[in-house]
Design a protein around this ligand. Structure first.
Ligand code: UTP
Length: 306
């Protein structure tokens, strides 16, 4: 193992010397238990954030960053995701005959956006297991992972910010965010060594530590750039106390023999699997729409003043 680490010291020695990352994996097979009953029969990734399902924001971020092939990891009850990105000939014919050109263009753009592939995670055995389902799709290339329920809003997409770090170090990069100490139990937390503003070398990672055991307040959130090395570690990772195979546990092992970096991204993140964050995201995106902004602000003033 030590030998491999020394071999990977400089970017030029990278075993995956790809200039551009073109593949992404979007795990979207979770059960969404925090958002029941809304998610009993519909995927949380399909909940609308103003006028688009959450997962469309994620796919659009990937496309904006030059990703060409995306594998969505789905599961039972997630067919709505495939239907959304598929063509809907009947709907298109209907819009065409009614002369609704803008709506027609919008639905066509959704199905033409990118090459989408699907794999089913037969049981929701955790995020790590969902990523492992992408092993044959990924092959021998570095790849991006986007969590289907994490939307990050910034003019420079979060994944592009991570790609900049990849270009320099050619090593896995995790997106991190400073979270309140009381919330460390909900995140994988890194032990960081500061390299420069927002950039850290990961010294260790701990899945869901208590606030007293957390080595920092930097929590791993829904964007990753990984190398295929992760699959060997995922295969060896046993389920944790929750019964799930955790990506953080495999990353921890990977980090013992390969350098891993963390980037504190610029942007506003919404974990739409959380009810309050979902409402905030819906409001934030609605307020961006010029035609909705004033009436919405008036409505908010009205309901909050009484
Ligand atoms: P979460 O832990 O937020 O999703 O996983 P969850 O398990 O659906 O939610 P709760 O906690 O029960 O409310 C983050 C992402 O990983 C996917 C989820 O769909 C989500 O987009 N995931 C999670 C999988 O694809 N498979 C799993 O087994 C678990």
């Amino acid at each position: 193992m030590k030998k491999r680490l020394s071999k990977l010291k400089s970017p030029a020695d990278c075993r995956y010397p790809l200039k551009q990352i073109t593949k992404a994996v979007v795990p979207a097979a979770g059960l969404g238990t925090r958002f029941l009953p809304a998610t009993k029969a519909q995927p949380k990734e399909m909940l609308p954030i103003y006028d688009k399902p959450a997962i469309q924001y994620v796919i659009e971020e990937a496309v904006a960053a030059g990703i060409r092939d995306i594998l969505v990891v789905t599961g039972r009850g997630k067919q709505a995701i495939e239907n959304h990105f598929d063509r809907s000939i009947e709907l298109e014919e209907n819009l065409k005959s009614q002369g609704k050109r803008i709506a027609l263009q919008t639905v066509r753009e959704i199905s033409d956006m990118v090459n989408l592939h699907y794999v089913r995670q037969k049981e929701a055995r955790g995020l790590g297991h969902a990523v492992l389902c992408a092993k044959s799709f990924v092959g021998n290339e570095p790849f991006a992972v986007f969590l289907g329920d994490d939307i990050i809003d910034h003019p420079r997409p979060a994944i592009m910010q991570l790609m900049k770090i990849w270009e320099k170090y050619q090593a896995p990069v995790l997106a991190v965010e400073e979270i309140p100490r009381a919330r460390t139990k909900a995140y994988g937390i890194i032990k960081p060594e500061v390299i420069s503003n927002r950039l850290y070398k990961v010294l260790d990672l701990i899945e869901k530590p208590s606030s007293s055991q957390a080595p920092s307040r930097l929590g791993i959130v829904g964007r990753y750039l990984l190398t295929p090395d992760i699959f060997g570690f995922l295969e060896k990772t046993r389920p944790g106390t929750s019964g799930e195979i955790q990506l953080t546990d495999a990353l921890r092992r990977l980090n013992r023999c390969h350098p891993v970096y963390a980037w504190q991204f610029e942007g506003r993140r919404h974990d739409i699997g959380n009810k309050l964050e979902f409402v905030k995201a819906t409001l934030a995106y609605a307020l961006k729409d010029k035609s909705a902004r004033e009436p919405l602000l008036n409505y908010l003033r009205d309901i909050t003043s009484s």
